[in-house]
Design a protein around this ligand. Structure first.
Ligand SMILES: Nc1nc2c(ncn2[C@@H]2O[C@H](COP(=O)(O)OP(=O)(O)OP(=O)(O)O)[C@@H](O)[C@H]2O)c(=O)[nH]1
Ligand SMILES: [Mg+2]
Length: 303
């Protein structure tokens, strides 16, 4: 399946929601006037794009009509899409440096899809011929370690783990040593779901970072916050909270297939200073794509 088809299939619920709302908006009026602009803004807010981004798009359309005189449905839809792509920003991917150990720290609150995304990423890099290893630094629950080990088996990737309740930083210490000894290209560190108001959890993340800096000072280190699209505006709040507490390099947005709230990618992009690089479009091992702003917008809006 191509990039666009994958996004189209994964975003089917969001796409249907937008299409139905567009029909309602355009059915009640003729040309695009102020009422319709207000409805467009409301539609976007209902579609979880957040108020600031929705206002921005409505303002953009107002100026577009003023500038071009084009108030046709097609013209406006296409302009909405253009602005959405601009908000989503340039396409970026996780920056994996060849010939180096690359360490990817997966962070995020409970249940957003960190472990699943770690497993999917392991497969992606293995297919690219890279040597991959994973660290089970979520030691809170035995089930968490087992879940990562299952992904290890499924993707034939080694998993470094200790028993439940052990120190996550010591798992990372061992994993970095193993990654170096085995000449790995990529080490993926799965961490526990952490809440921004739980200081001990944030401290734990700092400790993991200190271990990485000390044990692998030359590594290409990056952290990715995994957010769950089905949680709507909560995902925006989590992004803000994590950005304040830890150094984030990237965002990954999961479960885009699971609800009509895919618009949250727009809300997050509008506010966040780091790019969305991964899109989770299903539970399967294949259902992970590099986030592509144009494919996302094309899948969302038919023009
Ligand atoms: N539909 C869908 N489900 C997903 C996606 N990504 C993850 N999931 C599901 O979401 C649930 C939680 O995923 P996990 O990977 O366990 O999440 P986590 O962040 O590791 O959770 P904790 O370890 O509890 O913090 C699982 O049932 C996954 O199968 C996705 O892109 N689409
Ligand atoms: Mg997990």
């Amino acid at each position: 399946m191509g990039l666009f088809e994958s996004f189209k299939k994964g975003l089917a619920k969001t796409r249907d929601f937008w299409a139905a709302e567009w029909v309602k908006t355009t059915a009640s009026h003729g040309k695009f006037d102020q009422d319709m602009l207000d409805e467009l803004e409301e539609l976007m807010v209902r579609a979880d794009c957040g108020v600031p981004a929705s206002e921005d798009v409505a303002e953009y359309i107002k100026n577009y009509i003023k500038r071009t005189g084009d108030d046709s449905h097609e013209g406006v839809m296409s302009a909405v899409k253009t602005r959405i792509v601009e908000i989503l920003g340039e396409k970026k991917t996780l920056d994996i440096e060849p010939g180096k150990l690359n360490i990817i720290l997966m962070v995020g609150v409970n249940g957003t899809g960190k472990t699943t995304t770690a497993g999917k990423l392991a497969l992606k890099y293995k297919r690219e011929g890279k040597k991959v290893i994973m660290a089970a630094a979520d030691t809170f629950r035995a089930a968490a370690v087992n879940q990562l080990k299952e992904w290890g088996t499924r993707t034939e990737t080694a998993v470094i783990s200790h028993e439940e309740g052990s120190d996550p930083a010591s798992v990372v210490f061992d994993a970095v040593a193993a990654a170096k000894a085995r000449n790995c290209d990529v080490l993926i560190v799965d961490t526990a779901g952490r809440l921004h108001n739980k200081k001990n959890l944030m401290d734990e993340l700092s400790k993991i970072n200190r271990i990485i800096d000390r044990e692998a000072p030359d590594a290409n280190k990056m952290s990715i916050l995994i957010i769950d699209a089905t949680t709507g505006q909560n995902a925006v709040l989590q992004t803000e909270a994590f950005s304040e507490a830890v150094k984030l390099d990237y965002l990954g947005i999961t479960k885009l297939d699971g609800s009509a709230k895919g618009g949250v990618a727009i809300a997050v992009s509008y506010l966040a200073k780091v790019p969305i690089v991964l899109a989770g479009l299903g539970e399967g091992v294949e259902d992970l794509m590099d986030f592509d702003p144009q494919a996302f917008a094309d899948a969302l809006i038919d023009t």
